[in-house]
Design a protein around this ligand. Structure first.
Ligand code: PLP
Length: 424
């Protein structure tokens, strides 16, 4: 009798567990079928694009203690593509998609040897787009290797003046037009008899056939144009500026940064000064750039210095991505109270000082921005809060800015033990 009862209980337990098992299996399967819902989780961001921005604002302890000011750095190097330019890439692509100038499957073109190209190549696939980058052939080979690894097509061209039709920026603009022509030809051919691919091939020039973006079907092109496209300004006016305002609780006295396209300094200074006109915004300008003159004296350069007059690229500065000798649409939007000049030696020394004292491994423009922050602290005096941008990390600057031999060849070997290079 006892054994019959035991067997019955055993069978009941088995059946019960089978029922439970099938219930959990079905629930699991049906849950798998439902789309991923972020609301169940506390903080995950929706894909790569939503991981751009909202970077931390940190107190740079060593500089704050040395100056008696609160010096805060916006950690843009923590963006997924490694720099402040991720924001610009996202904004340029989103605005172009919204306006219909770019469509899914289209190609974004840019002439850039730096961070913007890497950011565009990083985010373009998230929008179903491709990226074609034109770079000067004297740019470090790692740049094209990174871009190609990211899936972008890269065209290396002879370095010539911006006034030349084959300057890399002008070539990138032309490539977008060519991609558009190609797309409209393919649409027409498709309408005629559906055999569009053979016909496109017949219509293509040798140049078109050579560029790998044109070797397969493409859905038109869009020239990102980071220097003149005000989506760049808006990325900072609507994103970085408001974040700085919120993260500092609106308690800041000054903002300082260097400019390349001018988008960062223009977007942030415009936003902050609208919020509080007493916030003083400054430019820090590297050697070889005409912006210091423009801000302080209203003139950009002497006739000899005009960018179109240069026959070759002189060695202006070790810093990358900052300094320019023409006035861009983005920079024109800046609201600046003044400007400082920074030297290469100061930027190199600053980078080593921050590495030693704060563990911050920063790129050359970030180091220059920190030089600017100390200059502002010195002129405002202790007790002020100054914000700057930490644009990218030192990782992309190993072959020059962090290379001992390169620095020694250019007389830039760091020697400081503290901040004596800035008179502290
Ligand atoms: C690393 C880096 N920092 C700073 C800048 C300057 O920013 P903006 O172009 O917004 O003036 C650039 C521009 O390309 C850059 O690549």
């Amino acid at each position: 009798m006892a054994s019959v009862r035991t067997t019955g209980a055993f069978v009941a337990a088995i059946s019960m567990s089978m029922v439970l098992f099938s219930y959990f299996l079905c629930t699991y399967r049906s849950k798998r079928k439902t789309p991923f819902s972020l609301s169940k989780y506390k903080n995950p961001r929706n894909g790569l694009v939503h991981a751009v921005g909202n970077t931390p604002l940190i107190r740079i302890n060593s500089l704050s203690e040395a100056t008696g000011c609160e010096i805060l750095g916006k950690c843009e190097f923590l963006n997924p593509g490694g720099s402040v330019k991720d924001r610009v890439a996202v904004k340029i692509i989103e605005e172009a998609l919204e306006s219909g100038q770019l469509v899914c499957g289209g190609v974004v073109t840019e002439g850039s040897a730096g961070s913007t190209a890497i950011s565009l190549a990083t985010v373009a696939p998230a929008y179903g787009c491709k990226c074609h980058v034109v770079i000067p052939d004297d740019a470090a080979i790692e740049k094209s290797q990174i871009l190609e690894a990211l899936g972008a097509t890269v065209e290396r061209v002879r370095p010539v003046s911006i006034t030349h039709r084959d300057h890399y920026v002008n070539t990138a603009r032309r490539r977008a037009l060519e991609a558009n022509e190609l797309a409209s030809k393919s649409k027409k051919s498709e309408q005629i008899d559906g055999k569009f691919s053979e016909q496109i091939d017949c219509c293509m020039s040798d140049g078109e056939k050579k560029g790998s973006i044109f070797s397969s079907y493409c859905n038109g092109g869009f020239f990102a144009d980071q220097f003149e496209n005000l989506a760049n300004f808006r990325a900072h006016y609507q994103g970085t500026g408001p974040e700085i305002w919120e993260q500092s609780g609106g308690r800041l006295d000054s903002f300082v940064a260097a400019a390349g396209t001018g988008g960062t300094v223009a977007g942030i200074s415009s936003f902050l000064q609208e919020k509080n006109p007493n916030i003083k915004c400054f430019l820090i300008d590297p050697p070889g750039s005409g912006l210091f003159n423009k801000v302080t004296r209203g003139v950009m350069y002497t006739k000899e210095e005009a960018e179109g007059k240069r026959l070759k690229n002189p060695f202006d500065t070790i810093t990358e991505g900052i300094g320019i000798n023409r006035l861009t649409q983005n920079f024109k939007m800046a609201k600046l109270d003044g400007a400082y000049r920074g030297t290469d030696k100061e930027a190199v020394e600053m980078s080593r000082y921050l590495l030693k004292n704060d563990g911050l491994f920063l790129g050359s423009s970030s180091a220059m921005n920190c030089v600017g922050a100390v200059r502002v602290a010195q002129s405002l005096g202790p007790g002020h809060t100054i914000v700057t941008i930490l644009c990218d990390s030192g990782m992309r600057h190993l072959s020059k800015f962090y290379d001992a031999q390169y620095l020694s060849e250019h007389g830039l070997t760091p020697t400081a033990t503290g901040l004596e290079f800035l008179g502290i």
